[in-house]
Design a protein around this ligand. Structure first.
Ligand SMILES: *[C@@H]1O[C@H](CO)[C@@H](O)[C@H](O)[C@H]1NC(C)=O
Ligand SMILES: *[C@@H]1O[C@H](CO)[C@@H](O)[C@H](O)[C@H]1NC(C)=O
Ligand SMILES: *[C@@H]1O[C@H](CO)[C@@H](O)[C@H](O)[C@H]1NC(C)=O
Ligand SMILES: *[C@@H]1O[C@H](CO)[C@@H](O)[C@H](O)[C@H]1NC(C)=O
Length: 478
């Protein structure tokens, strides 16, 4: 009985731990590369590898050969230069739990160089052409997470084999060399077998690693906020996708307070038609909301100067005569101010197809007394509304805009003036919302925030979908 109890407790604890682990590690942002994206990467990688392999420096080599019992020739092969390198059958494949494997087979190269033969005081020289067929290279890349928060790629395994080397020698006495062409061909084979993987490793270090290093870890958005795009874990390889998970969390530049909510799990749909998919969790938007809220950037005072000139109602006591009849008598010919502050950071809710905010905002109205810097509180309202958000993507940035999702609903919290018409005030505020508040918010949202992209990446054929708890952006790269 006691033992059963212990097991039950242990299981419960484990369940707690794993649930905690899940919540703590959910990413705010996931980049998924599909097979189509991998195909693009393959072409790009092949172009780089071809360039690198074609400029590979081949060492001189020398040796000696006993032609007969009295004649030994010593030879040197210098100035080996690659004329052509053709990568023919290339493939980039995903190996679940391991990484990415690149294989190249049936490749071909041609090399030209000089030969020199020395015998006593005589030196003979000429040129040679080498053709190398059936070059196969197999490279496994391990993907990981660097302590900087960026992804890493390293060569876990590289092997290659050379099919056939043929040498064509020209010049005087080239027949001597032709006697031992097999020996020369084997030397070349050995040199190449060593050099090719060395070059592959070098290209990974000099191209791929620096490329991955151009992924931003933190990006500053403005004076208030930055976004943390560090990796949550090493990239995950499945048979269909390569997924990289980022934190995707806004933080305050001056006030770095902890986030009090977890990122929901992102359940990516199985989609294949674009090269890359970006899943942006509501977590990204809501941490942004929290940061701007805490920095006071959501407090906004509407002054008369913000009201369009052709508005039927100005922030002036004379305009408010019908709403608060007493007002003109108490404060004749004075301006008003409406101080708006959300009761809490408004969170963006994602339901398939739509994004909505349901802010609850306090509005405190003041009258500006003739004595500057003196103002008197008049009444306080609580306003609820549903705001409908639209997201778009351009030039690698996610931008937003908002429109009214419902009319503002007012509740009078407190009033220092009697006889207050909530309905009329509601009409006025709805007018202000459309003509002042939404245009102001949209001007702020226009700047948006950047996606974590490595340098020189342009997205096209964008497709945007709203799923439960996240936004999914499909794109191709060029
Ligand atoms: C090959 O030999 C030539 C002539 O001896 C020399 O100038 C050159 O530096 C050598 N190249 C390499 C890669 O060792
Ligand atoms: C926003 O305004 C409210 C009401 O005036 C105030 O209580 C709150 O402290 C302000 N927030 C910040 C961060 O300044
Ligand atoms: C999404 O919003 C639009 C416009 O606000 C509305 O017409 C539509 O019914 C909403 N869809 C869902 C699924 O709620
Ligand atoms: C906002 O939408 C929710 C759900 O559709 C609804 O229950 C609520 O009444 C709406 N609020 C306002 C202020 O219209």
């Amino acid at each position: 009985m006691a033992r059963l109890y212990c097991i039950a407790v242990a299981l419960l604890l484990l369940a707690e731990v794993s649930r905690f682990g899940e919540g703590a590690s959910n990413p705010g942002f996931v980049v998924r590369i599909t097979r189509k994206g991998l195909e693009y990467a393959r072409q790009y990688g092949v172009a780089i590898l071809k360039k690198e392999l074609s400029t590979m420096e081949l060492p001189n080599f020398s040796g000696s050969y006993k032609v007969s019992w009295i004649l030994t020739v010593s030879y040197e092969f210098n100035w080996l230069k690659i004329k052509r390198f053709e990568l023919r059958d290339t493939d980039l494949s995903l190996h679940p739990g391991q990484g990415v494997r690149a294989s190249l087979s049936n490749s071909y190269m041609s090399v030209r160089g000089n030969w020199k033969v020395k015998k006593a005081f005589i030196t003979l020289e000429g040129t040679f052409d080498l053709s190398v067929d059936g070059i196969s290279i197999s490279v496994s890349l391990n993907l990981g997470k660097h302590q900087s928060g960026q992804p890493t790629a390293s060569v876990a395994h590289c092997s290659n084999s050379i099919g056939q080397v043929r040498i064509a020698i020209s010049g005087h006495l080239s027949w001597i060399l032709k006697l031992f062409h097999e020996k020369i061909e084997n030397s070349v084979k050995n040199i190449l077998e060593q050099k090719i993987c060395e070059m592959v490793r070098k290209s990974t270090v000099s191209y791929l690693e620096p490329y991955l290093r151009t992924l931003p870890v933190t990006l500053m958005i403005d004076q208030v906020a930055g976004i943390d795009y560090s990796l949550v874990g090493a990239p995950q390889v499945t048979s269909q996708f390569l997924d990289t998970s980022f934190k995707g969390e806004f933080f305050g530049q001056s006030l770095h307070s902890p986030v009090l909510f977890d990122a929901p799990p992102i359940r990516m749909p199985q989609k294949y038609d674009h090269m890359v998919y970006f899943a942006v969790s509501e977590y990204v938007f809501n941490t942004a909301s929290q940061v701007y809220y805490q920095a006071g950037r959501m407090n906004f005072t509407i002054k008369n100067e913000h009201i369009p000139l052709d508005s039927p109602v100005h922030l002036h006591t004379s305009s408010f005569q019908t709403i608060v009849p007493q007002l003109t008598r108490l404060y004749p010919n004075m301006e008003l101010e409406l101080e708006m502050s959300p009761e809490s950071a408004p969170f963006l809710m994602f339901i398939p197809g739509n994004m909505t905010l349901m802010p609850v905002v306090d509005i405190q109205a003041f009258v500006l007394l003739p004595n500057p810097s003196d103002r008197k509180p008049l009444f306080q309202l609580r306003v609820r509304t549903n705001i409908s958000a639209t997201i778009s993507v351009s030039s690698g940035r996610i931008t937003g805009s908002v429109t009214t999702g419902s009319k503002l609903k007012l509740e009078l919290k407190h009033s220092n003036v009697r006889l207050f018409s909530v309905q009329l005030m509601e009409a006025v505020l709805n007018y202000y919302a459309l003509h002042t508040i939404y245009p102001y918010l949209n001007a702020k949202l226009e700047a948006g925030f950047p996606l974590p992209l490595p340098r020189d990446t342009t997205l096209n054929s964008l497709e945007l979908q709203i799923h439960k708890d996240f936004l999914l952006l499909g794109a191709n790269i060029d």
